[in-house]
Design a protein around this ligand. Structure first.
Ligand SMILES: Nc1ncnc2c1ncn2[C@@H]1O[C@H](COP(=O)(O)OP(=O)(O)OP(=O)(O)O)[C@@H](O)[C@H]1O
Length: 258
């Protein structure tokens, strides 16, 4: 479902090098990254700040094109087939909303139906299902700006899934949520993957998300893959550590030192 082969992405940045002088400097955000995610997998994508996670996600969704290498998502080249890919992929950015701020939540859903040209009956059924499992009924008529973070996040997740995508990419979907809201979002994602077979790639700094949801974990650091395996294999990298936080801290520290 997701394939990356030797993918790199660099940015040329101009910076001040004196009172008038500027020099250019190349940042290698992602370098020689290769991995595959097969249909139905639930994969955690971890890495310290600045490791290259968001850059990877932007390339997977076609927002950025890679400088080198080849990417396929649902069989499509994301940067060249962005419109076709939009029908197969759902994306949630925890720190941003794709909903219309001043409109009632339900109006955002109607706009999304038109954007994706979803058949009205299919849309109605899917929306009813999502409202039920994500418990959206109580605030469908509220403008998005009046929603709490937990309500807004559930709205964003529903919006990403209204067109029933085969792949869901989530960038920190539980950031800032209280324990009850986190549990609701996690429970929903687990069922989505188990019951509908939706492939999920989850970026998070919350290791509770990883432990509770992901069978496989990839860890990126300095733009390269530093670990790819199961959660058990991740724990086995530091068997004397008791918590997953300590295991991951060790891996991050090792990656920084190497
Ligand atoms: N548009 C850009 N121009 C220049 N440098 C960039 C740009 N986007 C990202 N970078 C750099 O690329 C590197 C990777 O950034 P990226 O946002 O992918 O990291 P991240 O793993 O998502 O970090 P975080 O966990 O803090 O969100 C960083 O050094 C960042 O400063």
């Amino acid at each position: 479902m997701i394939e990356l082969e030797g993918v790199g992405r660099s940015f040329t940045v101009r910076r001040k090098a004196g009172r008038l002088r500027r020099d250019t400097h190349v940042v290698h955000a992602v370098r020689d990254l290769s991995f595959e995610v097969t249909a139905g997998e639930f994969v955690g994508y971890l890495g310290p700040n600045g490791a290259g996670k968001s850059t990877t996600i932007k390339m997977l969704t076609g927002i950025l094109s890679p400088t080198t290498g080849r990417i396929r998502v649902a069989g499509l080249d994301p940067s060249r087939r962005r419109t076709a890919l939009a029908r197969r992929i759902g994306v949630v950015f925890g720190q941003r909303t794709m909903l219309w701020w001043d409109l009632p939540l339900k109006d955002s859903f109607t706009l999304i139906r038109h954007l994706y040209k979803v058949d009205p009956v299919r849309h109605r059924n899917r929306l009813a299902e999502l409202c039920d499992v994500l418990d959206l009924g109580g605030f469908l008529d509220k403008p998005v700006r009046q929603l709490s973070l937990g309500q807004r996040m559930r709205g964003d997740i529903a919006a990403a899934l209204l067109h029933d995508p085969a792949v869901l990419v989530l960038d920190e979907p539980t950031i800032g949520l209280d324990v009850v809201s986190k549990a609701a979002v996690r429970g929903f994602l687990r069922r989505l993957n188990a019951e509908r077979g939706t492939t999920v790639l989850l970026t998070t700094h919350d290791l509770g998300d990883i432990e509770r949801l992901c069978r496989r974990v990839m860890l990126i650091d300095h733009g390269s893959l530093a670990f790819d395996g199961t959660v058990e294999e991740l724990r086995a990298t530091a068997p004397d550590e008791t918590s997953i936080e300590d295991v991951v801290t060790r891996l991050y520290t090792r990656a920084v030192q190497s």
